[in-house]
Design a protein around this ligand. Structure first.
Ligand code: NAD
Length: 493
């Protein structure tokens, strides 16, 4: 069993690029330091690539594409079956690595591996569920659809789920027959390099998956590269919006998922224990660094007893064991800024997590759970903070609560907590969010249901996972056929 001792600091080998089946440094030799968030020490270095490295990866992917496209879909899916078995075999080692680079607890690391495996399973199922379609559209004439791969595709991912978010893209894109260039977050590059190893061991031909590490310059080079046919991005709204516009200007297909401010609306008849446990887990899970974390609680009417229960549970949480650190010193400073600003603006601090530390990991970026009572005008409610902060806003009625949710710029997730069916139905059919929950703290749909928000939480059409992902990474060819040589059989006959 893992204990806090297993969180001791360790360095790991430098992270290189994976291009055409070779581990290579950035052509310039440039590297970045990668810091372990739990100890605040440098644990490795990652290649800091440039446009020329991107081009090398794209050329490798382009060369691999025809062979991979010609491989039957069922065989392509077999690579995913083997990758799934490898991930399950190595789940504990992978979870440790994720925990070490990202700061998640070991259990959170394990959960994210499990979710990545579930995404792979969906990819494995594609040859069975995606058979295109054919029908007689008129006498003697059929129409059919074939979904064909696009070519070289790209994905850019954030720091908070180093293995799971790439798995929102790779299974569908690869089974569909595309080759791929993945750009991990420079803050947590190890997870993606592990994925490259896993796919290689699973038999993916060299060049079909490439990993190019680096920062903004790599992303822009991917976005502008003429050979890249489609690109998915997951990260902050600011960057999602920029890339969506930039990519679309050159005519490529873009799907860009952004930030969030997920509302949990709590009404007085909510069940106290379940509601308070769910809210705690939602805003403290992965230290609040989840795009589906409950960052705003809308307290409708007299729910003081539920607020008190959340505060008591949050106060009792064991920092370092039940919740990890913030990813970086920069993020921690930014989060502190929101607490200080709330104090200045007259908001209440119901629980203050500043100054907390963990014995044996004093250099880490620690912040214990923090609960603020704010108004809807305050930045702590309006902005995505991305830390273990719950901002509580009070309203008198459910309609006022729904109005808050529905006029917020983000529309990723939202939940209602109630024990009354009609209240649940009323709210869940009115919440303006792509992913709604009834008595669910983190309303992430499980496969095969797809993941994706609305408004400023997503730019582009369709969701990123599920069957929508498959359609994003393919183009439909429609074939209309008349085999019987009948002069009277026409398109409309
Ligand atoms: P980020 O936007 O800072 O970085 C994401 C990726 O974009 C990284 O690979 C980074 O190198 C690159 N990048 C950063 N700045 C860039 C720029 N100016 N131009 C081009 N590329 C740039 O996001 P992050 O801090 O890594 O992750 C946290 C954010 O991701 C939060 O906003 C969170 O809500 C969001 N997120 C959203 C979802 C979702 O499904 N909607 C899922 C996970 C995370």
């Amino acid at each position: 069993m893992f204990t806090i001792k297993n969180y001791d600091f360790q360095t790991v080998e430098d992270v290189k690029n994976w291009i055409g089946g070779q581990w290579v440094d950035a052509a310039s030799g440039a590297r970045l330091e990668v810091t372990n968030p739990r100890h605040g020490k440098v644990m490795t270095h990652v290649a800091l690539s440039a446009a020329s490295d991107v081009d090398a990866a794209v050329q490798a992917a382009k060369a691999a594409f025809p062979g991979w496209k010609a491989t039957p879909m069922k065989e392509r899916a077999q690579v995913l079956y083997r990758a799934k078995a490898i991930m399950e075999r190595d789940a504990r080692d992978l979870a440790w690595l994720i925990s070490h680079e990202n700061g998640k607890t070991f259990e959170e690391g394990l959960a994210s591996v499990a979710k990545a495996v579930e995404c792979l399973e969906f990819g494995c199922s594609l040859p069975n569920i995606q058979t295109g379609g054919i029908s007689f559209v008129s006498r003697g004439i059929t129409c059919e659809t074939h979904y064909e791969p696009l070519g070289v595709c790209a994905g850019v991912v954030p720091f908070n789920f180093p293995m799971m978010v790439p798995m929102w893209m790779l299974p569908q894109a690869l089974v569909a027959g595309n080759s791929f260039v993945l750009k991990p977050s420079e803050q947590v590059p190890i997870g993606a390099s592990m994925l490259a190893r896993i796919f290689r061991e699973a038999g993916l031909p060299d060049g079909v998956l490439n990993v190019v590490n680096g920062a903004k310059e790599v992303v822009e080079a991917l976005c502008d590269h003429p050979e890249i046919k489609a690109m998915a991005f997951v990260g902050s709204t600011k960057v999602a919006k920029l890339l969506y516009t930039r990519g679309a200007q050159t005519g490529r297909r873009m799907l860009c998922l952004g930030g969030a401010k997920n509302h949990l609306i709590v009404v007085p008849d909510a069940e106290v224990e379940m509601t308070s446990v769910d809210i705690l887990r939602s805003f403290t899970g992965v230290s609040g660094q989840r795009c589906m974390a409950a960052s705003a609680m809308i307290a409708v009417g007299d729910v003081q007893h539920i607020i008190d229960a959340v505060v008591a549970k949050a106060r009792a949480l064991k920092l370092g064991e039940e919740m990890g650190p913030i990813v970086s010193a920069t993020s921690l400073k930014r989060i502190h800024g929101y607490i200080e600003q709330t104090e200045k603006l007259g908001g209440k601090i119901l629980l203050d997590g500043r100054g907390a530390t963990v014995t044996g990991a004093e250099g880490g970026h620690w912040l214990a759970p923090t609960i603020l009572e704010v108004t809807a005008e305050m930045p702590a409610y309006r902005d995505e903070i991305f830390g273990p902060i719950l901002s509580i806003v009070r309203t008198k009625t459910l309609d006022e609560a729904l109005h808050l949710q529905n006029t917020h710029e983000y529309a990723n997730g939202g939940s209602i907590y109630t024990t009354t069916g009609s209240t649940a139905r009323y709210a869940s059919s009115r919440i303006n969010a792509g992913m709604c929950g009834i008595n669910i703290g983190v309303p992430v749909p499980r496969e095969p249901y797809s993941f994706g928000g609305w408004d400023n939480s997503k730019f582009g059409h369709g969701d990123i996972t599920g069957i929508d992902g498959y359609y994003f990474w393919t183009k439909p060819r429609k074939i209309t056929t008349k085999w019987a040589l009948q002069p009277d059989a026409t398109w409309m006959s």
